[in-house]
Design a protein around this ligand. Structure first.
Ligand SMILES: [Zn+2]
Ligand SMILES: [Zn+2]
Length: 91
């Protein structure tokens, strides 16, 4: 005897997962999007937006990376320019 389990495809990794272990993320008419538990964990925005940006303070001639565009030396953002930290800068 075959037990037919209701399986759906995760809309992100496209893996067939058991419906009971998925999250219904969108339901629009006949279109239903399911997300598996694994993708749900990965997709959590926690830590995702903590991308640090590189800045350079012309006043202090100091290069730093921070989430906030404020120089840690002079505590101002007046003379800040954006700088992308490259391998060249590290030499
Ligand atoms: Zn998935
Ligand atoms: Zn400064």
């Amino acid at each position: 005897m075959v037990v037919i389990k209701s399986r759906v495809n995760c809309y992100q990794c496209h893996q067939p997962v058991e419906k009971s272990e998925t999250l219904l993320v969108m339901s629009k008419g006949l279109l239903k999007l399911y997300q598996c538990a694994d993708c749900y964990k990965i997709k959590k925005p926690q830590g995702y937006f903590e991308h640090r940006k590189g800045f350079y303070c012309e006043k202090c001639k100091y290069k730093f990376s921070s989430k906030k565009p404020v120089c840690p030396y002079c505590n101002s953002s007046e003379r800040l320019t954006k700088s992308d930290v490259s391998v060249h800068d590290l030499i």
